[in-house]
Design a protein around this ligand. Structure first.
Ligand code: MRU
Length: 348
């Protein structure tokens, strides 16, 4: 199984996602700054994968801390948490993982340096293993919601590449296919950074799952022709009321799906649910560099100096979401908020 972030003797082992699909390059990140940089430029991306990388980033900070005494190692870890916490604002899994690792550190109490290092790494490995397990459960619960045969639209990449492995939205598709359903995928290309074209198409073709690439603006037309049975997307942060932040363009897909009576599903682990936020208006939305819009893959496609907005995410209101699929089950209307709360408390 493809797993984009793991640990080896050098540090954090990743696939450089910005190089896909042209080149498959695996590298070892040996400093916290390298991990932070990889997250910022999207070599590591997708909410759960960012969380896993951050957890390994703290284990790395402990490993390479020049001092051996526990208090100095703890200071190295705190500094790493500050750096990693400043990389990307929207995916809550980043902050969830940093908090979980720091709580683990506190709960360890008085231990020596080697034990502290080993225990932090074990916790990061646990976060990764649990994420893979969650994706498989999401696949099982979500796969059951899909028809025996049909075409499923997805946006961005919420696959193995965005998680510990297996994927959330693509986990649902894998779950359905493994259950013997005949599912074809339509992948939105996902402007501006083309995660759908570069990553989802690559990942599904690698697994022999039938995939057809479309430009983002083709979705409405194909829905109106009755060619789409369901939409499944991942999420970067889900507010307490079920509002869903995901890759820019997700909201448009949800509105179109509602217009055509097509079920719109969100697949995410409970680590993506942020009960501290009552609604999606409160989710911080990352704005990225204008050059991502004006210079895709380095090629200028807009006049120099044009004003640009480049929000990386949008929020889909909960009333457009047919169900939220987590590793603890499926939250539906009318009590989506209460069900989300119950799932989160079961998980923690
Ligand atoms: O900017 P990205 O590529 O990190 O955005 C990723 C997404 O929006 C995914 O859909 C989301 O993180 C869910 S990943 C399982």
């Amino acid at each position: 199984m493809l797993s984009p972030v793991s640990w080896n003797e050098n540090g954090v082992h990743i696939i450089e996602q910005t190089r896909l699909p042209g080149e498959e390059v695996w590298v070892d990140l040996e400093s916290v700054e390298q991990v932070a940089h990889a997250i910022r430029i999207l070599d590591i991306r997708g909410a759960p994968a960012i969380g896993i990388a951050a957890a390994f980033g703290l284990a790395l900070a402990a490993k390479i801390c020049p001092d051996q005494d526990p208090e100095s190692i703890k200071a190295c870890v705190q500094e790493a948490a500050r750096i990693l916490g400043g990389t990307r604002p929207t995916a809550v899994n980043l902050f969830w993982a940093l908090e979980r690792m720091q709580a683990h550190l506190t709960a360890l109490g008085e231990v020596d340096g080697p034990r502290l290092r080993q225990s932090l790494l074990a916790e990061a490995e646990k976060i990764r293993a649990e994420d893979i397990e969650s994706c498989k459960l999401i696949g099982k619960f979500g796969g059951a919601l899909l028809p025996e045969e049909g075409t499923v639209l997805t946006h961005c990449n919420a696959g193995a590449l965005a998680t510990g492995g297996y994927g959330t939205a693509l986990g649902v598709i894998r779950g359905a296919v493994e259950a013997g359903k005949r599912i074809r995928v339509l992948a939105d290309e996902t402007r501006p950074l083309l995660q759908g074209a570069r990553l989802t198409a690559w990942e599904l073709m690698r697994d022999n799952i039938e995939v057809t690439l479309i430009s983002d603006n083709a979705a409405g037309h194909l829905m109106s022709k009755g060619e789409i049975s369901a939409c499944v997307v991942g999420s970067d942060r889900i507010a307490g009321n079920g509002d869903v932040a995901n890759k820019i363009g997700t909201f448009s897909v949800a509105v179109l799906a509602a217009r055509h009576g097509i079920p719109f599903y969100v697949a995410a682990p409970t680590s993506t649910v942020d009960l501290s936020l009552a609604s999606g208006d409160l989710i911080p939305i990352e704005e990225r560099d204008p050059s991502e819009v004006t210079h895709p893959r380095g090629i200028q496609i807009a006049p120099a100096g044009v004003a640009v907005r480049n929000p990386a995410f949008d929020v889909t209101p909960h009333d457009l979401v047919r169900a939220i699929i987590t590793e603890k089950g499926v939250a539906t209307h009318p009590n989506m908020a209460a069900q989300l709360q119950e799932m989160v408390s079961k998980a923690r």
